[in-house]
Design a protein around this ligand. Sequence first.
Ligand code: PLP
Length: 364
Amino acid sequence: MLINDLLARTRAHEALINAALQRVVARGWFVLGPEVAQFEQAFSAYLGLSHCVTVANGTDAIEIGLRAIGMKKGSKVATVANAGMYSTTAILAIGAEPCFMDVAPDTHNVALEEVERVIALGIDAVIVTHLYGRAVADIEEVARLCNAAGVRLFEDCAQAHGARINGRKVGSFGAASSFSFYPTKNLGALGDGGAIATASDEVAAVARSLRQYGWAQKYQVSRAHARNSRLDEMQAAVLSEFLPLLDATNARRRHIAQRYSDAIKHPRVSLPSWTGEDYVAHLFVVRCPERDALRAHLRGLDIAAEIHYPLPDHRQPVFGATYSEVFLPDTEQLATDILTLPCYPEMTDEQVDLVIDGINAWVA
Ligand SMILES: *Cc1c(COP(=O)(O)O)cnc(C)c1O
């Protein structure tokens, strides 16, 4: 069993996909055309925001989004260190300086005290990541703290399309937010894709210029540090077909997560705590002190399990000894005992049972 079966997904939606691709081929317009405009409109409406600016991938969405909210060379940007290095890569790409925050061990999301701590250090922006598809429970309080201190808040929603807090979707709490449409994400294309979402006309206008050479209009470059980072029409057409399915596929993911939560019972395995619409079950991550042994046991049963993510950002080789004095105890502990189980909408109930039985039968 795979950790995620993309072939099962394309098979399940083959007719939709073929019709979308054929529509684009027949039109002969391949980059930033009517499919992109239509998807941007539909996705911003889904989020309840006035603007969506699509780009080439989710990391570009963070980079361009950060620039659009005013971050530049030398800016100090706080982020968590347990989210796969994507936000840190974007921070480094703009010449800004990362400032790492620890997470709460029960949620794997940023701890509120850490947000308070970095605001007191005089940072310019905070990135919150709604990790594993679980919305940051304190996001409203985080937004209040940032606003009061004049700190920009940016949400990385690459794993959390459709997750809600108090009925409001993630991506709408900060100055801007980013999404990835990498194929395995909850809303995934058939290749790379990403988007910036915002309620601000100004942030959207800057992001639109930055994604296309810094143009004010065609062939007139008015902004420095711009990129070519565009979503293509085929991906937009496929995403427009998948978007109406998102709430149902998220519900299916949550159903699988609920079955795991109800049925996995093992003294060495602790399960994530989650409540409902705050979690779109992008990844189902358990903790186990003998994580590597559990993973090997599952592999022996032909069940893939992965580690998201094994090396915290501040320990990545790119930094050398720069952060050797920085300790993020919960982030570092989690990296040693987390394990991701298969959880994707096309999984069959029988496959879910195999995972449950496999873990329950494990002799630690
Ligand atoms: C996938 C992901 C990204 C990056 O998206 P890409 O489209 O792969 O560049 C950013 N942040 C998080 C949390 C992700 O999971």
